[in-house]
Write a protein that binds this ligand. Structure first.
Ligand SMILES: NC(=O)C1=CN([C@@H]2O[C@H](COP(=O)(O)OP(=O)(O)OC[C@H]3O[C@@H](n4cnc5c(N)ncnc54)[C@H](OP(=O)(O)O)[C@@H]3O)[C@@H](O)[C@H]2O)[C@@H](O)CC1
Ligand SMILES: [K+]
Length: 507
């Protein structure tokens, strides 16, 4: 699904009103009804639970007022607190007037903040997409008061103080929501690591915004949700043979890190590769042949690191990096690989660190090479620390455009960057996957998908990243998040890919 800027969200709002012949007040009623339904079905508050709604002067506050009315009409104990302002939006005012007189409704003042006990539910409807500057004065004090309360905090559309799609000054006052309920589409701000403590768990609520308008909007950020990739992996024809799905070469492992090669190799096999050859130093030969009998092994002549690039002629794709080490001889293998490869490449881990330490090698990257850095490796690749999360995304766009490559920036919401600068944020996965070897598994899986000639570079990257996260989610159902280890991910690659496979040929 698309991630819209605050400006495009407003355009969509207006276009929906026009196309559907409704008033903005009716759209607000849909939003409030969706909030009401979510609260009733997900939170199931007792009728006696005090629900305090904090409403700002714009339409976010209008949503809060309409929600207060719906809660009151259903018999819940709603209490409204208004943030005084010079101007109020028309729909705020309309909903203020529609609020039944029995609903307690008071203006906030510095000396008059309500007690907010743990048993209460707090609705943050102070500011949404209309936020134009950091919160100060009374608004900032209210936010601090909400954050001090032990009560559950639910933000409407955005945690107040957070911009939907742009950086803000550090230490700006921000509501720390436990839940954020937004309308139709998530916001870019939700996906950035620095905002996790403010956004909490987010959900999108459907309010019937015009799908055709969304379809025609040009954006450069997407969110890959469940279902988006369902059926995107072509079904295997009955008359397939090993060659159909490619022969991959994996260059990995060094003294003490042969496990990385084993994990990447097994993931590559589970990812559906036709044939796999693994290049390891001598120290890895017996280990690999024993642990992964399905793979062929082509040992390097050196005992503990890779020093020689094999003939690349037989291979459909080459992966390099897991457990490689950063010795000069291995750097020369990487250089030769970049100079001679004519097939898709997947580079990870120490291959990226070698690129970062020898940035002139970046000029040699063949087009459509797939790199899979975590943020620290990415920083080494670009050589400049990111000032903030948005700056890192801009660095990412600039990097893929400059090097005509695909880059998978690993994080809670991993971003797949395409050479045109479009970012696809991945929605699958869980914190249990922050465990040693998880990245090696991703490299192996991506290598398998890049060796499959039926898939474009972008589809391979998106399918691999999503299936890796999905394998983590399936594994965690069995192991729990804390107990999840990288080889569990490997076991669930097959089921994850199965979910993404087309049901019939050509679909
Ligand atoms: N799009 C949709 O699909 C739907 C959207 N809906 C809802 O509408 C919300 C957007 O509403 P909105 O545009 O009225 O903006 P909102 O955030 O309420 O605040 C604007 C007011 O705050 C003021 N203000 C700004 N910054 C400030 C500051 N730092 N400190 C103090 N004041 C500040 C600003 O004043 P100004 O900047 O003009 O001085 C203006 O008065 C959206 O988030 C969603 O909840 C749903 O109802 C229906 C479907
Ligand atoms: K809000």
């Amino acid at each position: 699904m698309k991630l819209l800027s605050a400006a495009l969200t407003r355009t969509l709002d207006q276009a929906t009103i026009q196309a559907q012949g409704i008033t903005s007040l009716e759209l607000m009623e849909r939003a409030a009804t969706a909030l009401f339904d979510w609260i009733l079905t997900e939170l199931r508050p007792a009728y006696s639970t005090p629900i305090h709604l904090f409403c700002g002067p714009g339409n976010n506050g209008g949503d809060g007022l309409a929600l207060a009315r719906l809660l009151h009409e259903a018999g819940y104990a709603a209490h409204v607190w208004l943030l005084p302002a010079k101007r109020y939006s028309a729909d705020f005012t309309a909903n203020r007037l529609r609020l039944p007189a029995e609903v307690p409704c008071q203006e906030l003042a510095a000396a008059r903040f309500p007690e907010l006990p743990a048993s209460a539910v707090l609705i943050d409807a102070l500011f949404g997409t209309g936020l134009s500057r950091p919160l100060t004065d009374l608004a900032a004090e209210v936010v601090a008061h909400l954050n001090r309360s032990p009560a559950l905090r639910i933000a409407v559309d955005l945690p107040s103080g957070l911009l939907a799609d742009a950086p803000q000054p550090p230490d700006s006052p921000l509501v720390q929501a436990h839940y954020t309920l937004c309308f139709e589409l998530p916001k870019l701000a939700f996906l950035l690591p620095g905002h996790a403590a403010f956004v909490g768990e987010w959900h999108t609520l459907q309010i019937g915004l015009e799908q055709e308008v969304i379809h025609n909007m040009a954006v450069d950020n997407y969110f890959i949700e469940d279902n988006y990739l369902k059926g995107c992996l072509p079904k295997r024809p009955r008359f397939s043979h090993k060659g159909t799905f490619g022969h991959a070469l994996l260059l990995a492992g060094s003294q003490g890190k042969v496990g990385a090669a084993v994990l990447a190799a097994t993931a590559c096999l589970r990812g559906g590769v036709g044939l796999l050859t693994v290049r390891v130093p001598q120290v890895g030969y017996a280990i690999l042949q024993t642990a992964v009998p399905e793979a062929m092994c082509l040992p390097d002549s050196a005992p503990d690191i890779l020093t020689e690039l094999p003939d690349l002629t037989p291979y459909a794709a080459v992966g390099m990096g897991p457990g490689l080490g950063q010795q000069a001889a291995s750097r020369e293998v990487l250089r030769q690989l970049l100079q001679t490869a004519t097939v898709p490449l997947v580079l990870d881990a120490d291959a990226l660190n070698l690129l970062g330490a020898n940035r002139e090698l970046l000029e040699l990257l063949p087009p459509d090479t797939l790199l899979t850095p975590h943020p620290k490796e990415f920083e080494r690749l670009v050589g400049i620390p990111a000032r903030h999360d948005y700056h890192r995304l801009e660095q990412l766009r600039a990097f893929v455009r400059q090097h005509r490559c695909y880059c998978v920036l690993k994080d809670a919401y991993t971003a797949v960057a395409a050479p045109d600068g479009t970012l696809y944020f991945n929605g699958s996965g869980n914190p249990g996957m922050a465990t040693g070897g998880s990245g090696d598994v991703l490299t192996g899986l991506l290598l398998a998908l890049r060796a499959d000639k039926r898939l474009s570079a972008l589809d391979a990257a998106l399918l691999g990243v999503y299936a890796h996260g999905r394998a983590g989610d399936l594994a965690a159902q069995e192991t729990g998040e804390a107990g999840l280890i990288a080889s569990d991910l490997v076991r669930f690659i097959g089921p994850a890919l199965q979910e993404l496979t087309a049901s019939a040929p050509g679909l």
